[in-house]
Every structure is written in C-alpha cells, then in structure tokens.
Design a protein around this ligand. Structure first.
Ligand SMILES: [Zn+2]
Length: 159
C-alpha cells in the first residue's frame, strides 16, 4: 500500500496513480483527462468541461451555411436582374412609343417586360426561399446538438 501525496488516500501497490485524484505514485500531477472516481465525487465538484471534439461540431455545418448564404445572394441577384430587365424593356417601350411607335408598341413593351421580369423574379424568390429553408434546417440541427455550448452554437451559426 502507498499513501497519495495529493489527497492522502491509500492505494494498492499495483496501481501507478491514485484511484481518487489521479496523482501519480511519485507525486506527479494527474493527467488532464483524469476524472475523479464517480462513487466519491461530491456534488460540489466543478462540472466537467465540454467534451473534447465539440470544436469540430461547430465547423460541421460551416459548408452548408456557406451554401445557404451563396444561394441567398444568388437568388437576390436574380430577382434584381429580372426587375432590371423588365425596367429596361419598359423604358425602351416608352422611348419607342414616344418616337411615334404609338400606344400598341407601349402596351406590347409593358407586356414583354412583365413576361421577362416575372419568371426571373419567381426563380429568384424560389432560390432565396430554398436558402431560408436550408438555414432553418441548419439552425435546428445546431440548436439540438448536445455537443455545443451556447457560444459554440453562435459561432456555428455565424452570429
Ligand atoms: Zn489522491
């Protein structure tokens, strides 16, 4: 038998470190990953730090978040392109009508502008909606992850 230099517990000769606090037979400090024996751990003990590997959980969804962000930007850009094209056609119709094209040219121009702008805008809306769905899914995954701390969640969600 040997007495622990850290906590004065008695230990078997066969064990290299203290069964209770992890201090080595020669007085060396306990290894970082040593956990106190659960049978004797009192409720006043500090809670264990978050499990190692939680860091990688934060980055687990980073690529997916980037895709959501890119998809959002792309959808927004398409919406503006659709509106821009519609506006250009409308302005062209107004100019041609004013130069003697008449009301028919103007009406056709407005219709053409709408025919071009509306589907492109719808495509943009579909893309941004998809990005929002993806983000919401990711947020749920991050929120329900048992491996992440509040700060880790915020980092994972780019908050
Ligand atoms: Zn000890």
């Amino acid at each position: 038998m040997w007495k622990c230099k850290g906590c004065s517990e008695t230990n078997e000769d066969s064990s290299g470190r203290c069964w209770y606090c992890g201090t080595g037979k020669d007085g060396s400090p306990p290894p970082k990953d040593f956990r106190r024996n659960s049978a004797v751990t009192s409720h006043t003990d500090c809670p264990q730090p978050p499990v190692a590997g939680s860091k990688s959980q934060e980055y687990r969804y980073n690529d997916a978040y980037l895709v959501a962000k890119a998809l959002w930007t792309f959808g927004e850009a398409i919406k503006y392109i659709g509106l821009g094209l519609g506006a250009i056609i409308l302005i062209a119709a107004v100019i041609i009508a004013a130069k003697g094209g008449g009301a028919l040219v103007f009406v056709c121009g407005v219709l053409l502008g709408l025919i071009v702008a509306i589907p492109i805008c719808i495509l943009g809306v579909l893309l941004t909606a998809q990005a929002q769905v993806l983000r919401a899914t990711l947020d749920t995954a991050v929120h329900t992850s048992p491996f992440l701390t509040k700060e880790g969640m915020a980092r994972a969600m780019y908050l």
